[in-house]
Design a protein around this ligand. Structure first.
Ligand code: KIV
Ligand code: ZN
Length: 385
């Protein structure tokens, strides 16, 4: 089974989420947890963007021993030099350098011709390779770039010394079929492509970031990028925990191995949410509060008989203590009995019926019945002789 690399960019693209600003200590705490989670590469920041980010990246580079640490740089010598100063103490320093390749970015943002873009990319990658053992080059807005132009610039950038080529879907525009085709096309047409690892980096503007990332893996990508909880610019990046669990649960379809320690998922998600201040939506896949909660009586009855009836992921797999049967108006007698037994109440049939009826009555007034509500119902029933 092919081993793929996982590149986490929570501390760089994730931190670009509007309203998020992590201080150096918070970044370091997340970096240590990412190391426990088993990411292969962590992008610690953008060293040239501010003195604070420079210091934060440097501290992470000096501390993390079991992952490669990288930092972002524009295609400018000064950015590359600053990134080197921040990253040089890392066990495996990597530079992540980017330059846009789509017509709209080249014309309006860079104001460069395609030939000038090739020249800058080649010059900056070879400059970076004088310092860094690993240089990842990103063709920003790759998914809206001309395929033949992309193939041409990739070939030249590889000759200049890039070790990883990233093809980002910068604006979250692509589809799984189209993004898969992009990777397959490069694999089939760029003559020196086997010298490098191809990487997928997806944004979630159309809600397809995870599906697109997996399509890239199926078509030759050897590295996948994303963030914890899917945080990031605009609608965010591909959620790494979702990719990790999808690859694990659907290994029959996606036979890829990662170094990730899945039971660290919940802890990592909680930490990132706490320190960024970005709440995880309750219905978010894998890490949302409701991801292992069952509300309807039919589902609760099924789960009590065999959890696999309605759970494809076991809570333990991702470090969640247990599933949760929410007691509300949809709950049935089976879930109710199970819950009160867990609270220490054993009722004979008649009393159980009375308690269940009292509970059902309460659900007309309350959306969710708490343990305290149950205690008061049960105490009343038990003392009622
Ligand atoms: O989405 C993007 O294109 C990026 C690049 C800097 C890789 O984040
Ligand atoms: Zn991005």
């Amino acid at each position: 089974m092919p081993q793929i690399k996982v590149f986490d960019t929570t501390l760089r693209d994730g931190e670009q989420s509007p309203g998020v600003n992590l201080n150096q200590l918070e970044k370091l705490e997340i970096a240590k947890q990412l190391e426990r989670f088993g990411v292969d590469i962590m992008e610690a920041g953008f060293p040239a963007s501010s003195q604070g980010d420079f210091e934060g990246v440097r501290k992470i580079a000096q501390t993390i021993k079991n992952a490669s640490v990288t930092g972002l740089a524009r295609a400018k010598k000064s950015d590359i030099d600053t990134a080197w100063e921040a990253l040089k103490d890392a066990v495996e320093p990597r530079l992540h350098i980017f330059l846009a390749t789509s017509p709209i970015h080249m014309t309006y943002k860079l104001k460069k011709t395609p030939e000038e873009v090739i020249q800058t990319a080649v010059e900056m990658v070879s400059y970076a390779r004088q310092k860094f053992p690993q240089v990842e080059w990103s063709a920003e807005d790759a998914s809206r770039s001309d395929l033949d132009f992309l193939a041409k610039i990739i070939e030249k950038v590889i000759d200049a010394g890039a070790t990883v080529i990233n093809l980002p879907d910068t604006v979250g525009y692509t589809t799984p079929e189209e993004y898969g085709h992009l990777f397959r096309y490069m694999k089939d047409t760029v003559p020196n492509i086997d010298k490098v690892t191809l990487s997928a980096h997806c944004h979630d503007d159309l809600g397809m970031a995870v599906a697109n990332s997996i399509a890239a893996l199926e078509n030759g990508a050897g590295q996948v990028e994303g963030t914890i909880n899917g945080i990031g610019e605009r609608a965010g990046n591909a959620a790494l925990e979702e990719i990790a669990v999808a690859l694990n649960i659907r290994n029959d379809k996606y036979p890829f191995i990662t170094n990730l320690v899945l039971k660290e998922i919940k802890r990592t998600s909680d930490l990132v949410s706490k320190l960024t201040g970005m709440a995880v939506p309750a219905n978010k896949a894998v890490v949302g509060r409701n991801a292992f909660a069952h509300e309807s009586g039919i589902h609760q009855d099924g789960v009590l008989k065999n959890a696999a009836t309605y759970e494809i992921i076991t809570p333990a797999l991702v470090g969640v203590q247990s599933n949760d049967l929410i007691l509300g108006k949809h709950s049935g007698r089976h879930a109710f009995k199970d819950k009160i037994e867990k609270l220490g109440f054993q009722l004979a049939d008649e009393k159980l019926t009375a308690a269940f009826q009292a509970f059902k009555k309460l659900t007309d007034r309350k959306k969710e019945v708490t343990d305290d509500d149950l205690f008061s119902i049960l105490t009343e029933i038990q003392t009622d002789v």
